[in-house]
Write a new protein. Structure first.
Lengths: 207, 207
C-alpha cells in the first residue's frame, strides 16, 4: 500500500476504535450495536468489518491496544521504566477512552462470554523485557524472577484499578500505584538501587 | 424468633445463595431469572424476596458473603493470618461456588450497572484489623501503614484472580499468591519476623 493509503487506513482504524470505546463505555459491550459505532465514527459498516471482522474483533483490538497508548510517553529504562509504565497507565486511565475501554473489556469479558488472556500476557511480556534489562544492570535483588514480578504487577494493577474505580472513580489510582511500589521495591530492587527509584506522582508527565 | 426457626431461616437463605451462585455462574447475571433460582433451590419466589428483596439484593449478598466462607477455616493471628486468608481464599476459589460467584459479581458488576465497593471495603477492614494486631506484636516494618497494605492486598488479589482465571482457569492461583508474599514480605515484615512467616501452599488446609 502507498504511504498515504496506509496512513489513511491507520486513521480510519483509530477512529473506529475511539467510537467503539465510547459506545462500549456508554451502553456496555452487550448492548452496543456496530451500526451505532460506525455512525459515531462517520464511517461505513464495511470499514468496520474490513479492519476488525466483528464486534468481538473490535473488543479484542481494544484490549490489545493498551501498551500502544502508554509506551510512547516513556523514555526511562529498567526498573524505573516499569514504575513509569504503571504510573502513566494510572494517569491515562482517567483520560484515555481507548485505554479505559480496553481495560474494562479485559476485566469484564467473562460476562460477555469471552475468555482471552492475551492483553494480560502482552503486558507481562513487555514488563518482563524491562525487568530483564534491570537484571542485567544489577538493579534486582538476588533470586528475583523477572517473569514472576511481571506477572504479579500485571495482576495487581488490574485489581487496583477495579477497586479504585468502584471506591473513588479512579481518583486515588495514582496514589495506589505509588503505594504498591513503596511496598514492592524492598523485595525487588537491590539495596543501593531501591533508594534511587522514583515512584511518586511526579513521574507522571504534565499534559 | 425461636432457635429452630432461626436455623431454618438461615438454611433457607443459604440454599437460595447456593442456587443463585450456580445459576449466575452458568448463565451470567444478566440472563439469570429469579424463577430459575428458586426452582433450583426447591423454594418459592416469596422466600427469595423475603431474604434478599430482589435479584440485585441477591448479588449484593453473594458479594458480601466472601469473608464468611474463609475466616472460619483459620486460627492464626497477625501477619500470618493475613497470609493464610489469601491462601485459603485462593484454594477455595476453585471449589466454592458461593465464593466464586461473589468475586465474579464484584469484579464484573460494572457490566450489570452496579457500582458497589462494599465487598472490597469489608475485606480491607478485616485485613486491616489483622495488620493492627501484627503491628502491636512488632511484626511490621517501621512506617508501614496497615490500611494501605490492606487496600493493596485486596486489590492485588482481585486482579491476580482475574488474570489467573483467564490464563489457567485458576490452576496457578495459589502459586501466584505465594509469589505475592515472597515479593511483599521484605517490604512489610520486620526483619526477624519475615523469615518466620510461612507463605507456601502447605498453609492450605487439606480437605
Amino acid at each position: 500500500m502507498p504511504t498515504a493509503n496506509r496512513e489513511r487506513a491507520a486513521r480510519t482504524r483509530q477512529r473506529i476504535l475511539l467510537a467503539a470505546a465510547e459506545v462500549f463505555d456508554e451502553t456496555g459491550y452487550e448492548r452496543a450495536a456496530v451500526t451505532q459505532i460506525v455512525e459515531r465514527a462517520g464511517l461505513t459498516l464495511g470499514a468496520l468489518y474490513f479492519h476488525f471482522g466483528s464486534k468481538q474483533g473490535l473488543a479484542e483490538a481494544l484490549m490489545n491496544a493498551q501498551p500502544a497508548t502508554i509506551e510512547p510517553h516513556l523514555d526511562s529504562t529498567g526498573l524505573q521504566r516499569l514504575v513509569d509504565i504503571t504510573l502513566v497507565w494510572a494517569d491515562r486511565m482517567r483520560r484515555d477512552p481507548i485505554l479505559r475501554a480496553g481495560v474494562r473489556l479485559a476485566v469484564e469479558q467473562g460476562s460477555h462470554g469471552m475468555n482471552d488472556a492475551s492483553s494480560f500476557e502482552e503486558w507481562r511480556s513487555l514488563m518482563r523485557d524491562h525487568l530483564d534489562v534491570a537484571r542485567k544492570a544489577g538493579e534486582l535483588r538476588e533470586g528475583v524472577d523477572p517473569d514472576r514480578v511481571a506477572r504479579f504487577v500485571v495482576g495487581a494493577c488490574t485489581g487496583m484499578q477495579v477497586y479504585s474505580q468502584l471506591a473513588t472513580q479512579r481518583a486515588d489510582l495514582i496514589q495506589r500505584v505509588c503505594d504498591m511500589w513503596a511496598l514492592l521495591l524492598p523485595g525487588i530492587a537491590s539495596a543501593p538501587v531501591a533508594d534511587g527509584i522514583q515512584a511518586g506522582p511526579e513521574r507522571v508527565p504534565a499534559s
